[in-house]
Design a protein around this ligand. Sequence first.
Ligand code: SF4
Ligand code: SF4
Length: 497
Amino acid sequence: MADVQAPVLGEYQVIPHIQPDAMAGSKPYVAKPDHNKPLGFPGELVENWEQKAVAKLGELVNNSRALQVFLDSCVKCGACTDKCHYYLGTSDPKNMPVARQDLLRSVYRRYYTLPGKLFPSLVGARDMTKEVLDEWYSYFHQCSQCRRCSVFCPYGIDTAEISMAAREIMDSVGQGQKYCNEILAKVHRIGNNLGLPGPALEDTLLGLEEDVKEETGIDVKYPVDVKGADVLLVTPSADFFAEPHIDGLIGYGKVFHAAGISWTLSSHASEAGNFGMFVGSSENLHKVAKRIREAALDLGVKRIVVGECGHAWRVAYSFWNTLIGPFDFLDRRYPVPQHICEFTYDLIQQGALKFDKSANDDKVVTFHDSCNVARASRMGSMPGGQFIIPRAVVKASVNKFVDMAPETIFESTYCCGGGGGVLTDELIDLRVKGTQPRMLALRDVVESHGVTHVAAICAICKAQFSKVLPYYKFPMDMIQSVHGLVSKAIQLGPVNQ
Ligand code: SF4
Ligand code: SF4
């Protein structure tokens, strides 16, 4: 573990005394130029970057009425100030959502409003300078774009959109973040965030088949690039890599097997995640998503199902239709996209799956709502939506389930602290501090109900929890995939046996 001090978990969530600039030094590594592998960003500050940054801001505001409204309409009521987990965990007042917005708003005012042009100091307008850019770089990478603040804002101002715009401007003038941009480059070159080539993917899946055969005695297949399969499953590449993610992938395969539905993964679209969203790049968003349409057409599938990933589901649910639709080549009896929890839940409702919940009797489970699902794509494609359905799948798999405090779940869920492109080692201090509100709620159900495990449907949440739980004296393997729980309890024989 890195030498980082986790905040003390008090009796309940308190609003911290402010510590100005406490996190001013927190910054991700800057992406370097990469001329051989074009990523869509220059990699160093371009000539006349100040004017170009201002012009890019103008372009974004012109293209997005929502962004303009968000920048124009804040009345400084203060309702959002204590709603950000990064402010609660770090005490830095620039992590108050309204203060974060003002970093961009002050420049917008200076160049795009009359009072800002005439009387800048009276209206808090600022010139675009290197000092401002550095502040942007630091604090727009201390926003996980979780949108919790927008739930409490009477005007619905969405700081995540402002943060995405700021990152897009920074990328365009050469101040791009290394972590997200390198991941995007891997997807363009190889097909997934981990840079896992096709043969390595096949090896992993063969290994899974052997493991499941050893565990159950049954030949469960984990197929890749099978033409004519009914379902294309696109899932975050983390699912091919390590626990707890891979337990989820094992569970997906068992569900398909138990239901007798043919399915396949794709080596071309071996990534459901889409980091184009984190850097606010519509071009990258489109290029990454396009691989999924191409794979679906090439394989001739009837349906597309999305694995456990928060932002992947948001991109699929909210943007696929515009980015890569129409899906008139798929079987329109099924929703596009469909989430793996919806897929499993639907089969449970039909009585097509059988579970032995006692297989999970060593666990008392709670559920962490992932931000991109809870606040950006929660309705889903089935009645019940993404608050009820994942919980129903968990409850079908375990006997002992308890929710965390109401003010920390559903649309009020606290971010895991690692979303929105900050899941990188150099930001571990931010990540540990930012998860403090979630850890506090978790600690309460551990103490009151003996909770032993927390389930999530987001690859980033799972990776972040694995890393930060030990800082709060919880075991690393406390975090589970929802379909990891399914995997333990599902019965693979015929349902009527
Ligand atoms: S979107 Fe989330 S991380 Fe960003 S300011 Fe709002 S609450 Fe904080
Ligand atoms: S809650 Fe909304 S209007 Fe109030 S200060 Fe925050 S962003 Fe501004």
